[in-house]
Design a binder for this molecule. Structure first.
Ligand SMILES: [Mg+2]
Ligand SMILES: [Zn+2]
Length: 172
């Protein structure tokens, strides 16, 4: 029997659009990439404090053929270069909205917790010591469902409906 005694790490799970970068709908042009105020030094401080940095983002534009997956990954590469602290992981849902194509549902599109759970499994992350940060309640719900603590940023995005129990952030 083999025991893996490596301790699990805490992580900052962070939404992309409207949280880490200014929301430009379906953008994959690195020229239009603009970090939100404070985001870069915040991530650097969290990395220094021992948190893994994991991007979790819904990218239905891939399923909708608005852009290619390779173009999205190219954009992410530019983003990673501009961050002083490299992301430890980028987890994205490349599927469409439920019902948008009449049939397909996945288990990774936020507010489902699939992306966070996958990252935690692959990177040995302690979810109860981790935080999900986003600008809409779908981010909060995904984080809460995964067992993280959660922060809802008020970046001007409309909350999607009245908060249900699983949508309430740990911090406002
Ligand atoms: Mg967002
Ligand atoms: Zn998905």
């Amino acid at each position: 029997m083999i025991f893996n005694t490596t301790p699990a790490s805490p992580a900052i799970f962070i939404d992309k659009d409207g949280t880490l970068v200014r929301d430009v709908p379906y953008n994959i042009d690195p020229e239009l990439l603009e970090f939100t105020p404070g985001a870069v030094p915040f991530l650097a401080a969290m990395k220094k404090a021992g948190f893994k940095l994991i991007l979790v983002t819904n990218q239905p534009g891939i399923a909708m053929n608005l852009f290619k997956e390779t173009a999205f990954l190219n954009y992410i590469g530019h983003m990673n270069q501009q961050l002083n602290s490299r992301l430890d992981g980028v987890y994205y849902c490349a599927h469409n909205r439920p019902g948008a194509d009449g049939r397909f549902h996945c288990d990774c599109r936020k507010p489902l917790p699939g992306l966070i759970l996958k990252a935690a499994f692959e990177q040995k992350i302690s979810l109860e010591d981790s935080w999900m940060i986003g600008d809409i309640l779908d981010d909060v719900e995904a984080g809460n469902r995964a067992g993280c603590q959660t922060i809802l940023l008020n970046n001007g995005a409309k909350p999607n409906g009245l908060p249900a129990l699983c949508e309430r952030p740990t911090l406002p």
